[in-house]
Design a protein around this ligand. Structure first.
Ligand SMILES: Cc1cc2nc3c(=O)[nH]c(=O)nc-3n(C[C@H](O)[C@H](O)[C@H](O)COP(=O)(O)OP(=O)(O)OC[C@H]3O[C@@H](n4cnc5c(N)ncnc54)[C@H](O)[C@@H]3O)c2cc1C
Length: 407
């Protein structure tokens, strides 16, 4: 081991939750170390597609947003956390814009607001269909301009708390060498259960094994709930085979694409929330009404050609440029042919318990983002995770900074 490093706050994870925590905390202290096991593009935030929710329209309200969020979560959400999420959405959009993020607008400079499952009013702001990387780049630039120490390719192996010194010991593997960082406070912002996703075959970059946030939190006795509660994304591609497991963004259904069985019958409300839709797709396939591929996969049709019937020619290419390009490269015309889809593992609903200050049950240990439990209850609305990571990431950063200044 090299010489121990001392700092005030260690943040584990450089996705949206970790970066926003670092930016907020840096207003109070410059002794922050932000760790990521790879680089800034290796996060779910970077891969996010469809967008982020905020009640912006005059006919919408943060109360509507809250009710939609609670209904989707089957009223199992922590209501205080859900209220913070939705009430802070408009100001979060302004904050992101102040960092240079530009959400899509129409010719009159009004936001292009899309809709998705379980949403009572159009509320999804996007940056094309690659919202995540359009957000991450300005975040990364901001973090690096604030004098925050960033360590890339730094895998956190373990955390411990020394009850005598009241300090955390964070063991990190940086380029094969173990380093020990002593910190007054730690923020876990490690995202969802990546190792399990890897086993499910998701197309994420390969890593050396690193414990996820739930594992780190559990190891020092922080409360975790429903760690295995998972959300499926209903529309993972089965055919074309070259794009297998690519998720068709949910806002495509918001724009009119429907789910149909092998006979072309719509068997479900295509804008039902994710886990309900997942259950229906599985049921219909088990009942023999799905399509079976030559290599034994099952699926149902997603009628993307309906989108241009509703919105006019060129809509898919203009609004989902990345998806359009991916399919075009496979010589698959999604404006003419439906796509075969089946649910895939998508999001960790369970995780580390936090309160309204993003505090865990261990003093000095904070958490934010997909690694936490409570904001979304039993199912999450599309666009509410990007919101969650910035709302609670920022809260975690401020709370940790206040904590370290008080001890
Ligand atoms: C394809 C796709 C599309 C999506 N689209 C949307 C969307 O349109 N809207 C929406 O709201 N949500 C969407 N989501 C979900 C959303 O992107 C994620 O829930 C959210 O970005 C999670 O952010 P996070 O900051 O909590 O974690 P992440 O962005 O996953 O960041 C986790 C960070 O922790 C680091 N890390 C993990 N473990 C360790 C360790 N042991 N040591 C060091 N570093 C570690 C990682 O390297 C990474 O930097 C999508 C997800 C996917 C996969």
């Amino acid at each position: 081991m090299t010489k121990d490093k001392q700092t005030e706050i260690v943040i584990i994870g450089a996705g949206g939750a970790g970066c926003s925590a670092a930016i907020e905390a840096s207003a109070y202290t410059k002794e922050i170390v932000l760790l990521t096991k790879n680089d800034f593009s290796d996060s779910k935030t970077f891969n996010a597609q469809g967008g982020i929710q905020a009640a912006i329209l005059p006919e919408d309200s943060t109360d509507n947003h809250l009710e939609d969020t609670l209904r989707a979560g089957n009223y199992k959400n922590n209501p205080a956390l859900a209220r913070i999420l939705t009430s802070r959405a408009p100001q979060t959009i302004k904050w992101l814009e102040s960092l240079g993020i530009q959400f899509d607008r129409d010719d009159q400079q009004k936001y292009k607001l899309k809709t998705a499952a379980g949403i009572s009013c159009p509320r999804v702001l996007s940056c094309g269909d690659t919202t995540g990387n359009k957000i991450v780049r300005p975040l990364e630039k901001t973090v690096k301009s604030l004098g925050i120490e960033v360590k890339e390719k730094a895998l956190v192996k373990s955390i411990k708390k020394n009850s005598k010194t009241n300090r955390f010991q964070v063991v990190v593997n940086v380029a094969g060498k173990e380093e020990l960082i002593i910190a007054k406070s730690v923020i876990i912002a490690t995202g969802g259960l990546l190792p399990k996703e890897k086993r499910a075959g998701l197309d994420l970059n390969d890593h050396d094994y690193a414990p996820d946030g739930v594992e780190l939190a559990t190891s020092i006795g922080a409360e975790v709930k429903n760690a295995d509660l998972i959300q499926y994304h209903p529309t993972g591609v089965v055919i074309p085979r070259a794009l297998r497991r690519y998720r068709i963004p949910e806002v495509v259904r918001g724009c009119g694409a429907k789910l149909t069985d092998k006979n072309g019958n719509e068997f479900v409300d295509s804008l039902a929330t994710r886990n309900k839709l997942t259950a229906e797709i599985v049921r219909i396939c088990d009942a023999g009404l799905g399509v079976v591929t030559e290599d034994g996969y099952k699926g149902v049709w997603l009628t993307i050609p309906d989108v241009e019937k509703n919105h006019g020619k060129g809509y898919i290419k203009d609004n989902f440029p990345s998806m359009y390009e991916k399919f075009s490269k496979c010589n698959y015309n999604i404006n003419e042919k439906p796509v075969l889809v089946y649910p895939i593992v998508h999001y960790s609903l369970g995780g580390i318990c936090i309160n309204e200050n993003s505090e865990t049950t261990i003093s000095g240990l904070f958490a934010a983002g997909e690694t936490t439990y409570g904001v979304h209850g039993e199912d999450r609305l599309m666009g509410n995770s990007l919101l969650d990571i910035f709302v609670f990431g920022r809260i975690a950063g401020t709370s940790a900074a206040k904590y370290v200044s008080a001890i």
